[in-house]
Design a binder for this molecule. Sequence first.
Ligand code: CAA
Length: 257
Amino acid sequence: MPRTLAVQAPAAGVRLITLQRPEALNALTTELLGELAAELALAEQDAETRAVVLTGSRKAFAAGADIKEMAERDLVGILEDPRVAHWQRIASFPKPLIAAVNGFCLGGGCELAMHADILVADEDACFGQPEINLGIMPGAGGTQRLLRAVGKSLAMQMVLTGQPIDARHAQRAGLVSEVTLPELTVERALEIARAIAGKAPLAVRLAKEALLKAQDTDLASGLRFERHAFTVLAGTADRAEGIRAFQEKRRPEFTGR
Ligand code: CAA
């Protein structure tokens, strides 16, 4: 069976994962999600990997869950769906994940992109949750993550009408941080990944965790977590190196210790 992903190491510390089901606009089969979860687990274990870029094809990041596969799943199939575990593994990836979105980013594809920490999109990309057109609703975090990303009114409009928004609208709403020309999306995402890969890994990891806490918790708990994380970093060799390098007017050499 051909793999549904391609994995490359285009720069030191950076992995590029490309979804590869162009014949179905990268629709997310269970196999694809399983391969992606496994690939992220490898990236997590590999100390050399400091950031991951996830992309699709020029026409589609991903056009949603695979509807043909979904059609065969009944209620029991959905209750026992292995996809839930795959999504959980993707959501718990602790290193920075950057989505480079070209073209259609719909349904489960939009939900996948929202698992990323940073989203870069091409100016022709569109984002939507069209599940309502199929008589269903988002089931992989779409209602929760979209509302947190773009606010109540736009999230309601997108989920209840099924109508997509374009990349500029997504940027204005806060779903996307940068919009690029279509041919530059992956390059820009890789640039951001390279910049992150040069930072102190423990600081990056704890900063990501603290930022995610801001979405999931009340302010007092989030501030407590931030303070603990900040204190933990005081004991790292990379903190000493970062401060020494500043004083000696040179670039720091971080080791992840
Ligand atoms: N699942 C399976 N196959 C899909 C697919 C999907 N989500 N989206 C596209 N494809 C397939 C098409 O069936 C077609 O294959 P065939 O030629 O073999 O029929 C191929 O990809 C190309 O698609 P189109 O010919 O439709 O391309 P287009 O440019 O005319 O239209 C599109 C593009 C508007 C994205 C259209 O394909 C579309 O509407 N796709 C479905 C989008 C959708 O509803 N996504 C939500 C799925 S449900 C979900 O995601 C739920 C969840 O996670 C919980």
